[in-house]
Write a protein that binds this ligand. Structure first.
Ligand SMILES: Cc1cc2nc3c(=O)[nH]c(=O)nc-3n(C[C@H](O)[C@H](O)[C@H](O)COP(=O)(O)O)c2cc1C
Length: 301
């Protein structure tokens, strides 16, 4: 019998397949296509203390094997999330991880305090890595000292498992991951999008309203996999792999690199049932290859 359950601190997931923040709304948006409760969980769209409008359009641009987005963290704000979005997820019995964003340590603290005691929230994913906002995001995730301070501040504010989401836009990913561990993170998740741009040559101007955007999708998978491999070998906390996972084979590569769980992002925008297919592919692969649990697939070096 294979055991798909994974543990991330006190967070128990029935299987290792999660939906990535920003690519699945607040869950209900996918309900015509997918039973979200059969997945390991959902990481909801990044939430801030106040609602945000996001960046000017255009905010999405397709590139070879990838997607550039500059949504700019548009969201309904924490109070509306708790009041209007969370009850549906709670009723369905979905494991909910809330992606949090702030412009200052105090904002991260206040937000995690507000979310900490709400029924139906199982963990927080702290987004210190979004490249689309002018203040906050990128700054925290690229500086080990600030990463440590944000992690510690959130840790002091809540007993929920905290997952720090890392940016790939750094020179030394291990330095940042170690800062998370020292600050008391339960786990790290990586990667967020890679900073990129596209130019509309007919109009002779950057394609995205925000000029720069975050690149996601299959194009970034080799980078994500390399970083997951590195981080899984430099910290002792669980690593959640994200980046270009579109098939069960991609997911298996991440488990072999050392990921405890994975998140499916852009693939859901292409096929809303991708996560379900990835999960069943993982099960078949484990059966065929006599793997009893996810951790058995890690390459021991
Ligand atoms: C349209 C869009 C919106 C996103 N919004 C968020 C967000 O709010 N918070 C966050 O941490 N990551 C956000 N991300 C990043 C994804 O969660 C994920 O880390 C990234 O896309 C890489 O995974 P993928 O290649 O499977 O999409 C967003 C990505 C996309 C494409």
């Amino acid at each position: 019998m294979i055991d798909l359950k994974v543990k991330i601190g006190t967070l128990r997931l029935k299987n290792p397949v999660l939906l990535a923040s920003g690519t699945c709304g607040y869950g209900k948006e996918l309900s015509d296509f997918l039973d979200v409760s059969m997945l390991g969980g959902i990481v909801v769209k990044g939430i801030s203390l106040e609602p945000r409008k996001g960046n000017p359009p255009p905010r999405i641009c397709e590139t070879p094997c990838g997607l550039l987005n500059s949504i700019g963290l548009e969201n309904v704000g924490v109070e509306r999330f708790i009041r209007e979005k969370l009850p549906w997820l709670r009723d369905k019995g979905v494991t909910v991880i809330v992606n949090c964003l702030g412009n200052s340590i105090d904002e991260y603290k206040e937000l995690s305090g507000r979310l900490g005691n709400v029924d139906g929230i199982h963990a927080l994913e702290i987004n210190i890595s979004c490249p689309n906002v002018k203040k906050g995001g990128a700054l925290f995730g690229t500086d080990p000292e600030l990463t440590f301070k944000v992690t510690k501040a959130v840790r002091e504010e809540t007993d929920l498992p905290i997952i720090i989401k890392l940016s790939p836009n750094v020179t030394d990913i291990c330095e940042i991951a170690r800062a998370c561990q020292e600050g008391g993170a339960t786990a790290v998740s990586l990667i967020n999008t890679l900073l990129g741009m596209a130019i509309d040559i007919e109009r002779k101007r950057p394609f995205l309203g925000n000029i720069f955007g975050g690149l996601s999708g299959p194009a970034i998978k080799p980078v994500a996999l390399r970083m997951v491999w590195q981080v899984a070998r430099c910290v002792d906390i669980p690593v959640i792999g994200i980046g270009g996972i579109t098939s069960f084979k991609d997911a298996i590569e991440f488990f072999m690199a050392g990921a405890t769980a994975i998140q499916v992002g852009t693939a859901t925008l292409i096929d809303p049932t991708s996560s379900e297919k990835i999960l069943s592919g993982i099960i078949d692969f484990m059966k065929e290859n006599n793997y009893l649990k996810i951790a058995d697939m890690k390459i021991v070096d």
